[in-house]
Design a protein around this ligand. Sequence first.
Ligand SMILES: Nc1ncnc2c1ncn2[C@@H]1O[C@H](COP(=O)(O)OP(=O)(O)OP(=O)(O)O)[C@@H](O)[C@H]1O
Ligand SMILES: [Mg+2]
Length: 376
Amino acid sequence: MVNTAIQQEQAHKVLSVNALIKSYGGADILKSVSVDMDEGDFLVLVGPSGCGKSTLLNCIAGLEEATGGQILIDGRDVTRVPPRDRDIAMVFQSYALYPTMTVAENIAFGMKIRKVPKEEQQRKTREVAQMLQIDHLLDRKPSQLSGGQRQRVAMGRALVREPVLFLFDEPLSNLDAKLRVEMRAEIHHLHKQTNASIVYVTHDQIEAMTLGTKIVVLRDGHIQQVGTPQQIYDEPANMFVANFMGTPPMNLLPARVELSDAGVLLEVCGPNGFTLVDSRATERLRDYQDKEVVVGLRPEALHPYREARHDHAIHLPVANVESSGSDTFVQLQAGEHRLNARLGGRSRVAEGEPLALAAEMDHVCYFDPQTELLIK
Ligand SMILES: Nc1ncnc2c1ncn2[C@@H]1O[C@H](COP(=O)(O)OP(=O)(O)OP(=O)(O)O)[C@@H](O)[C@H]1O
Ligand SMILES: [Mg+2]
């Protein structure tokens, strides 16, 4: 009975990567990576350049051979199966279209190779082109398209295949900022509409946060955390993840812990720093009495101090101010550290002057300074 339940659950996994190892020469690039996804999941792989995102995607696609471990697609072991038999479609960063073919021919090319009947080819091409809003461009050549339109053709080519799994490797990285935002919204919409299962590589954390139903953070061939965007943002498993997700990143500052009746008193950044009071962290920080922790405070958790509303102010000198129009990014000097705050666009803040801020304590994180792990 239990066995059947497990088998059934596995059958619904559209992708399972088990203890995957990939080495080039003697160097391990992926060091026992395990991850799985359900049908309809939008799995985003993020991490710094060189951490192994493309390598992992290429192993799933079969473009690279796994050195060890196992890859299942739709419950089938495909570890040694060639790419064309894996039931996947891939969209790369450089979405090479055939320059001499029209948009319609580009989209239909894979179906033609597979000898899909002509009528079905035309019907599917039209359907997908409508969905991607390129149906008016079907007779054009790629050279007559904008970057975003070409991108959509590349996606159309993948979509008509109706594979079990879509693999995207930084598909938006060649587009300008405005087009990226538009295409991001379109991919989001497309995923909602089709409920396709997608693995998506990016180093853009906004793409990761807005598109992903599940995010995998990779570092140096190791998985750091797997979670929903909210979990990754609010409860980063360690200081690396905390620092990686968010712009500006989470403030990670040393603090001394003192347990009191009011909760936990945190002496942050030494004598020239500031004090925080956390009434809800007593349980979490019980073992850290008189010891150091690392406080994780998001820049947007800091607000201008208002006497009537906040009972506790942070007073620090302003070291640097940058305004982006919509936001004012302020760096405050806290001992030898800098505290980043993200304030409203019309904040009047001057460099060199003191500023009073209040910290929203709802999502403050604490990390162990030795292990760098989140204290739960
Ligand atoms: N064919 C290869 N031979 C040897 N080393 C390789 C090969 N391909 C990739 N690597 C190395 O593997 C590591 C991971 O590369 P990968 O392309 O997966 O990184 P990535 O996370 O996709 O980075 P980026 O964000 O820059 O695209 C890098 O250190 C890279 O130099
Ligand atoms: Mg890459």
